[in-house]
Design a protein around this ligand. Structure first.
Ligand code: NAD
Length: 345
């Protein structure tokens, strides 16, 4: 009863991270490939045993509707293309797993959710940390109050991007990436702040920075920082940058200790410890199962109708919060947000 996935977009993440780990999945396999590059289709198709008549170009994509080997489509394209290809996949009658961020605006997310409803198909966002043993253990520890009541969360997701420009690299192109590091890497920090506290912020204050005369940042921000205030009184401080030395950290300080995750949300190599009265080092399992587990999760939702842990609604919520962060930075004031992430004005 394995679910057949069509992989759309054979870029760095699909080829180097996700696809090499799909054979760890119990209920999912690669059934088809979609790419604009015939050489890649041939090489990757041969490597993964994908039949020649299941190798599609983008122009060919509509034919996938009649391909019963394909149950679900996994969108691994630049973010600005997620909405269009998700909606095309639903039009072809398939379920969709869409990479994060869900899209470049909340309006696009709403269109994707509506398309899923109309097609009566599942929509899941590939938030892999929700399927990764360290982050799952951290969520459990925080629920059990292993550091007491949470007062502060700090997250940092940064790296220094080499020389590039919007015509060379979609990640610095506003139409394809949105505002920049926040949607891409910083989203892990935003997600961590929400799933570690188990809360939604009630207000947000933020700043952005863009140096002048640097082609990398002609269209996007170089750094974004945001402070989220939660109903419990906890505060989260998030920073993300494409122009500083690398870091991928989540830190929680509570009334009874600290949780330190460094690296927090990497592909592999997570490290996690608690300092304080419950001090311990944690090794809850192999982080690299996260890629296959999310495919199995969608497979179960499709086969048994089990709920999706990371549905389109979660992707939408996060895009709304990202928009609230930019709105605060632009207006230079604290913005109030509703429990669904919408700006409250
Ligand atoms: P990438 O640039 O390596 O790959 C993008 C692919 O899309 C390339 O094969 C490119 O040829 C293709 N493409 C098709 N149309 C294109 C167009 N108009 N412009 C540019 N490229 C086009 O990017 P990536 O790092 O593989 O990212 C792809 C998606 O996966 C993004 O949504 C990204 O946010 C997500 N991602 C997720 C993770 C994760 O850990 N979950 C990690 C990296 C990337």
């Amino acid at each position: 009863d394995s679910i057949g996935f069509a992989i759309v977009g054979l870029g760095g993440y699909a080829l180097n991270q996700m696809m090499p780990r799909i054979d760890q999945a119990e209920r999912a396999h690669v059934a088809a490939l979609v790419s604009g590059n015939p050489d890649k289709l041939r090489q990757v198709g041969d490597a993964y045993g994908v039949p020649e008549d299941a190798r599609y170009s983008y122009e060919d994509f509509a034919r996938i509707a009649a391909d019963d080997r394909v149950d679900a489509v996994y969108i691994v394209l630049p973010t600005g293309l997620h909405a269009e290809w998700t909606i095309r996949a639903f039009a072809a009658g398939k379920h969709v797993l869409c990479e994060k961020p869900m899209a470049i605006s909340s309006v696009e997310c709403e269109r994707m959710i509506a398309a899923a409803r109309r097609a009566d198909r599942k929509l899941m966002i590939a938030y892999r940390s929700h399927f990764e043993p360290y982050n799952l253990e951290a969520m459990k520890l925080m629920r059990q109050k292993a550091v007491g009541d949470i007062r502060l969360v700090r997250t940092e997701q940064s790296y220094r991007m080499g020389p590039t420009s919007p015509s060379q690299n979609w990640r610095v192109n506003r139409a394809l990436a949105g505002g920049g590091p926040l949607e891409d890497y910083g989203l892990y920090g935003l997600q961590s702040a929400l799933y570690l506290t188990g809360e939604m912020p009630e207000s947000i204050s933020a700043t952005t920075f863009r140096p002048t005369g640097d082609p990398r940042f002609a269209e996007i921000f170089a750094h974004v920082s945001a402070q989220l205030q939660f109903p419990s009184g906890a505060v989260a401080q998030l920073v993300t940058s494409y122009d500083s030395a690398g870091g991928n950290i989540a830190l929680v300080r509570g009334t009874g200790g600290s949780l330190i995750m460094d690296p927090a949300t990497s592909y592999a190599g997570q490290k996690m410890r608690i300092e304080g009265p419950n001090g311990a080092e944690f090794n809850p399992g192999d982080p690299t199962v996260q890629f296959a587990r999310q495919l199995d999760h969608l497979a179960s939702a499709i086969r048994e109708g089990t709920p999706i842990r990371t549905p389109g609604e979660m992707g939408l919520r996060d895009l709304r919060l990202i928009e609230a962060i930019y709105a605060s930075a632009k207006a230079g004031r604290t913005e109030k947000v509703a429990p669904d992430g919408r700006l409250r004005r």
